[in-house]
Design a protein around this ligand. Structure first.
Ligand SMILES: Cc1cc2nc3c(=O)[nH]c(=O)nc-3n(C[C@H](O)[C@H](O)[C@H](O)COP(=O)(O)O)c2cc1C
Length: 507
């Protein structure tokens, strides 16, 4: 595709090779336990902004892992951007493309996007390429050979009840669609608790695409065919996590990102197509009726989730490449991999937000506030009451702000990504008796145990903008600023002044 800066990665190993060549992937030779220790190693490397980790000698009580385990794949924003095929500086451009795709009708923005990415329309319409002998089925475990214990599945945190598949790409289609119809396919990442040899729990939150498909199959009393990919090319993985419009299939969109038609093959035991270049595929059925208690597991909020019931998947086949790579991660208090991915998605989503609310200059969902729970928004303010209007617009118009408990609105001179700037704006431009908006009884993330009712709670808006017009009758403060003339004068004498510092601290 025209917009790629990097070569196309057809599979996970091609991406891993690329990262290793750039010293962005390290091989870990030391034996590391899959139970807890791998989380601790991964966490330390992630916090340090370190490389992807290729564990050669992972082990558990089942013995040495039969395959390498890859973690921290998207542990830095640069690697997330590389997964999209671009350098980090071009993420905003990719965001423009996504914004254009969301337009309800082909307006100028869409045409403009099409002219800049001329292959896009064709790519989105392209039928996947059917592969006769796909690499993902080089080996297959069927019937009594199906055994999840043969995979190096991680147990991330103390107190968790069983190993957890942490990076599953769960592929479903609604009832009434043909097995080879990829247009309505959904791919989402929903963690899976291992229940036994051939059984696992699919933990999709109710508003997810997979959950909606399952409800539709269950209504007609049928078990739903499900394919679960563990390890795929980065475009497929990131497409699964991206909140794409309902009308765009993640599989086809991954082809657009990768710059190559999606390569698929019929699954061996279920009426579904699977990505031909995947590392490992679990095939099976999500029961229409059987559920099991899931958890408690560590979550991206930094707490254990409460135990709840979710559908059980019966696994009918496990297929894989000849020398598969097992992809894993952990979720925990930020930073974790999903929070790094979220920070890049923040910038991808900016053009979409600006189209809806043009006065927005920048938006930051701080990863340390679990990404979506807090937003800091800078605006180009031109009339009284505008900050409140922007809060309402974000909460009311954009689904990704449904669960944002706190929105802080600041002026465009404040860097929303810099807490020192934000604290200064809060301390100098906000009055608690005038500038707070508190709403009750709004939708809240049901994982948020601080809300008074599950799924229902309050929202706080803080207007930390300069007050104008009828917003204040006081003389408002004028921001201190050195004149450009003085700065230029000091620039000239600066080398000599700096040279007088003997400790070299100022340059
Ligand atoms: C590592 C990781 C783990 C995730 N785990 C879950 C999960 O257990 N349940 C869930 O509903 N969403 C989970 N998500 C978020 C969804 O995968 C994500 O929102 C996706 O866009 C949902 O796709 P959908 O809208 O097609 O359902 C996870 C995301 C990541 C990156």
């Amino acid at each position: 595709m025209a917009f790629r800066d990097l070569p196309a990665f057809r599979n996970l190993r091609a991406f891993a090779r690329f990262l290793e060549q750039g010293k962005l992937l390290s091989r870990v030779h030391e034996p590391v336990s899959l139970v807890h220790d791998m989380t601790e190693v991964h966490h330390r490397v992630l916090v340090a902004g370190g490389p992807a980790l290729w564990f050669k000698n992972a082990f558990s009580e089942n013995g040495a892992a039969s395959m390498p385990v890859l973690a921290n794949l998207f542990g830095t924003p640069e690697r997330v951007a590389a997964g999209f095929g671009v350098n980090l500086s071009r993420i905003a451009e990719l965001g423009e493309l996504l914004a254009a795709l969301r337009e309800p009708a082909p307006v100028d923005g869409f045409k403009d996007a099409m002219s800049r990415w001329p292959l896009l329309r064709a790519a989105l319409a392209t039928r996947p390429h059917m592969i006769a002998r796909p690499d993902c089925q080089a080996e297959s475990w069927l019937a009594d050979d199906v055994d999840l214990a043969r995979l190096p599945i991680q147990t991330c945190w103390p107190g968790e009840p069983a190993p957890l598949i942490t990076w599953p790409l769960v592929i479903t289609r609604p009832p009434g669609t043909a097995a080879d119809d990829t247009t309505r396919m959904n791919i989402g990442v929903y963690r899976m608790q291992v229940l036994g040899r051939d059984r696992a729990i699919l933990r999709w939150l109710t508003h997810r695409g997979g959950a909606a498909h399952h409800r539709a199959w269950s209504r007609s009393g049928e078990d739903m065919p499900v394919a679960v990919v563990i390890g795929a090319d980065p475009a497929t993985i990131l497409s699964a996590v991206l909140p794409l419009p309902e009308t765009i299939s993640e599989l086809r969109f991954s082809g657009v990102l990768r710059g190559e038609r999606p390569r698929v093959a019929p699954a061996l035991t279920i009426p579904m197509l699977v990505p031909a270049d995947a590392e490992i595929v679990l095939e099976g059925y999500a029961s229409a009726t059987e559920t099991a208690r899931e958890g408690p597991y560590g979550d991206h909020t930094g707490y254990y989730n409460s135990v709840e019931s979710f559908p059980v998947m019966r696994i009918t086949a496990i297929t894989m490449r000849r020398d598969p790579i097992y992809l894993t991660t952990f979720t925990g208090r930020p930073p974790d991999e999903p929070s790094i991915i979220g920070a890049v998605f923040n910038d991808l989503a900016l053009p979409t937000m600006r189209r809806q609310i043009p006065e927005i200059v920048d938006v930051w969902l701080p990863p340390e506030a679990c990404s979506y729970r807090m937003a800091i928004v800078s605006i180009r303010k031109s009339y009284p009451g505008q900050a409140r209007r922007v809060m309402m617009a974000l909460w009311g118009m954009l689904p990704q702000f449904n669960y944002t408990k706190t929105i802080i609105v600041v002026d465009e001179d404040i860097d929303v990504r810099n807490w020192q700037d934000v604290a200064w704006a809060l301390a100098t431009r906000m009055d608690a008796s005038r500038d707070l908006t508190v709403l009750a009884g709004t939708p809240i993330d049901y994982l948020d145990f601080a809300s008074p009712e599950p799924g229902l709670g309050g929202k706080l808006g803080i207007d930390a903008t300069n007050k104008i017009g009828a917003e204040t009758h006081r003389e408002w403060g004028k921001t201190l600023q050195m004149s450009a003339q003085v700065r230029r004068r000091v620039d000239e004498i600066w080398p000599r002044v700096a040279a007088s510092f003997t400790d070299g601290a100022v340059r």
